[in-house]
Design a protein around this ligand. Structure first.
Ligand SMILES: Nc1ncnc2c1ncn2[C@@H]1O[C@H](COP(=O)(O)OP(=O)(O)O)[C@@H](O)[C@H]1O
Ligand SMILES: [Mg+2]
Length: 283
C-alpha cells in the first residue's frame, strides 16, 4: 500500500513503536447517571493485533469502543491510544483521532455526495490533501474493497454491503493506525455480510490493528488474535479464540455462546466441555 502521507502529526502520537501498545486501558469506568455501564475494564491491544469483543446487548461494548476515541468521556480510569494518554485533560484528541478509523453499524455516508467525494472530503479538510492526491488515495482504497466501479455512484445506489465497504474505504483513506469496528455487519442482509467480512479479513492479513465488536463468531474464530467476552460492564474472559470460543472457562461465556452460536459451528459438547476435554476440542 502507498504510504506517501503517513498523516503523522507533530504531536506525541507514536504509531510505529513495536514495543508500545496500540491501546492500553486500565480501570475504565463509565456511568450514565446512576447506570454503571463500564465497571473497571482492563484491555490491551498490541500493534498488528485483531481483538474481537463479543457479549450480550447492553454489556457496554459500544461504550467501550466510544471511550477508546473519547466519543464518550470516561468516568474513571486511564486510556492510552497510540502512545498518547487520551484521558489526560490536556490531550489534543483531534491529533489522536486522525489516526483512528471508526466503522459503525450504520454506514454514515453523506447521501448527497458521490462515493468518491465521501472518500475525499475528510482527506482534504482534515489532512489538507490536494484534490488530486485525495482522489488517488480514494481510488486506491476503493480498489482495496472492490468498489472501483462505484466511485461516481451515490450511497442510495449501493447495496448495504457496498455502502459498508465504501465506509471502510473512507476510513482507510485517512491512513489510520487503528481501526475500530462496532458491529459492522449487523445492519446487513445476511447475503451481504460475507463481502464486508472479506474486506476486514484482508485488512487483518495486511497487519492492520483492529478492535472489532461483532456477533460473527466464525469471523472472530478465524481472524481474531484474541476474543474478549464482556458482560455487565466487565471483561469476563480474554484469550485466544481457541480458548474463549471453544472451551470458555466462565459459565457466563458458555451461556452466551450457547445462545448465539450456530450449532453447526461448534457442537454442544464442545461448548459445555469441562477442563478434561479442553485439549481435544481446541483447534
Ligand atoms: N448516552 C447514553 N446515555 C444513557 N445510557 C446509555 C448511553 N449509551 C449507552 N447507554 C446504556 O449503556 C448500556 C450499554 O450500552 P452499549 O455500550 O451500547 O452496549 P452494547 O454495545 O454492548 O449493546 C445500555 O444499558 C445502554 O442503554
Ligand atoms: Mg453496541
Amino acid at each position: 500500500m502507498s504510504s506517501t502521507d503517513t498523516g503523522r502529526s507533530p504531536g506525541t502520537v507514536q504509531t510505529d513503536d513495536p514495543r508500545s501498545l496500540a491501546v492500553r486501558i486500565r480501570g475504565l469506568r463509565k456511568s450514565f447517571g446512576t447506570l454503571d455501564v463500564l465497571r473497571g475494564i482492563d484491555l490491551d491491544v498490541r500493534y498488528g493485533e485483531v481483538v474481537c469483543i463479543i457479549g450480550p446487548s447492553g454489556s457496554g461494548k459500544s461504550t467501550l469502543l466510544r471511550c477508546t476515541n473519547l466519543l464518550e468521556t470516561p468516568s474513571a480510569g486511564r486510556i492510552e491510544v497510540l502512545g498518547v494518554e487520551i484521558t489526560d485533560a490536556d490531550v489534543d484528541i483531534d491529533a489522536v483521532r486522525r489516526h483512528i478509523g471508526m466503522v459503525f453499524q450504520q454506514f454514515n455516508l453523506f447521501p448527497h455526495l458521490s462515493v468518491l467525494d465521501n472518500l475525499t472530503i475528510a482527506q482534504r479538510r482534515v489532512l489538507k490533501r490536494s484534490r488530486q492526491e485525495a482522489t488517488r488515495i480514494a481510488q486506491e482504497n476503493l480498489a482495496r474493497v472492490g468498489l472501483s466501479e462505484k466511485s461516481q455512484a451515490y450511497p442510495n445506489q449501493l447495496s448495504g454491503g457496498q455502502q459498508q465497504r465504501a465506509a471502510i474505504a473512507r476510513a482507510l483513506s485517512m491512513n489510520p493506525r487503528l481501526m475500530l469496528f462496532d458491529e459492522p455487519t449487523s445492519a446487513l442482509d445476511p447475503e451481504l455480510v460475507g463481502e464486508v467480512l472479506t474486506v476486514m479479513r484482508n485488512l487483518a492479513a495486511e497487519g492492520m490493528t483492529m478492535l472489532v465488536v461483532t456477533h460473527e463468531m466464525a469471523f472472530a474464530r478465524e481472524v481474531a488474535d484474541r476474543v474478549v467476552f464482556m458482560d455487565g460492564g466487565v471483561v469476563v474472559e480474554d484469550g485466544p479464540p481457541s480458548e474463549v470460543l471453544t472451551s470458555p472457562r466462565q459459565e457466563r461465556t458458555r451461556e452466551f455462546l450457547h445462545r448465539v452460536l450456530d450449532p453447526t459451528h461448534l457442537t454442544r459438547d464442545e461448548l459445555t466441555g469441562e477442563e478434561a476435554t479442553t485439549d481435544s476440542v481446541a483447534s
